[in-house]
Design a protein around this ligand. Structure first.
Ligand SMILES: [Zn+2]
Length: 255
């Protein structure tokens, strides 16, 4: 499976948990030799301005975070483009789903998902998009930028129980009509992370549901890393999700 990553994401660019030392090393630790690594370019200003105001770009510039945030958004665009052909994951940071058009919080600066989705439309690749955001936290920034955009649907599962959470995702995906399924993949709702809800195998199940839904629709699919802060389990959770999403386990494709 193709995974978008840039060594610059190892840099500790801030003092928040998403930027913590060793976090990207942990996220990638579970991935095997079957991964094809894709190196992204930074998102251009035109790409960023589809999702954000010029004053927000200026704000991020003043924070000294423009370069790393633009590279993260560029990674999201690359994953989305590849995702139209085959499942793709972007192992990127800073995360994005708390970045709105003109403001940001929660360790996010540019909304990687909104930049990617609007880039797909601008490049004529896809207009009807379903976004599944299974991060522990509600993706308010994505809702702010894309919530009223024609052709876009957004699902932040809200069920409080483990089984009902998975059922909610399955029910939602069964109703989806889209050219691409885009996932804000935050792993902070794991049993041993902040949310304390999902087991590692649940991420494999969710990845599989996305893959099946995309297959049914003849749609693309891609996923972007959002949260996930327990370095001891992040790697195995990412791997489980990618095994589900790609249908590959230890390099072997399951059909
Ligand atoms: Zn989160």
């Amino acid at each position: 499976m193709k995974v978008v990553f840039h060594p610059a994401f190892h840099a500790v660019y801030a003092s928040d948990p998403a930027a913590a030392p060793g976090r990207m090393e942990a996220a990638l630790a579970g991935l095997g030799p079957d991964v094809a690594w894709i190196t992204p370019e930074p998102a251009g200003e035109a790409d960023l301005l589809r999702a954000h105001s010029a004053s927000h770009l200026e704000h991020i510039r003043r924070l000294g975070l423009y370069e790393i945030a633009a590279l993260s958004a560029g990674g999201a665009i690359r994953a989305a483009e590849i995702g139209m052909q085959e499942p793709c994951f972007a192992a990127i940071r800073p995360p994005g789903h708390h970045a709105s058009r003109d403001s940001c919080w929660g360790f996010c600066f540019f909304n990687n998902m909104a930049v990617a989705v609007t880039a797909l439309a601008a490049r004529g690749l896809a207009r009807r998009v379903h976004i599944l955001d299974f991060d522990l936290h509600y993706g308010d920034g994505t809702e702010d930028i894309l919530g009223s955009r024609p052709g876009v649907s957004i699902h932040n599962p809200a069920a409080a129980g483990r089984g009902s959470y998975l059922e909610e995702i399955e029910r939602s995906l069964a109703r989806v009509e889209a050219e691409v399924i885009a996932v804000s993949a935050g792993f902070d709702n794991h049993l041993e992370d902040w949310g304390g809800l999902l087991a590692t195998e649940d991420y494999r199940a969710i990845g599989g549901m996305v893959r099946e839904a995309a297959k049914r629709l003849g749609a693309g699919c891609f996923a972007l890393l959002e949260g996930g802060y327990n370095h001891d389990v992040l790697g195995e959770n990412v791997r489980a999700f990618l095994e589900g999403l790609s249908g590959e386990e230890g390099g072997r494709r399951r059909e």
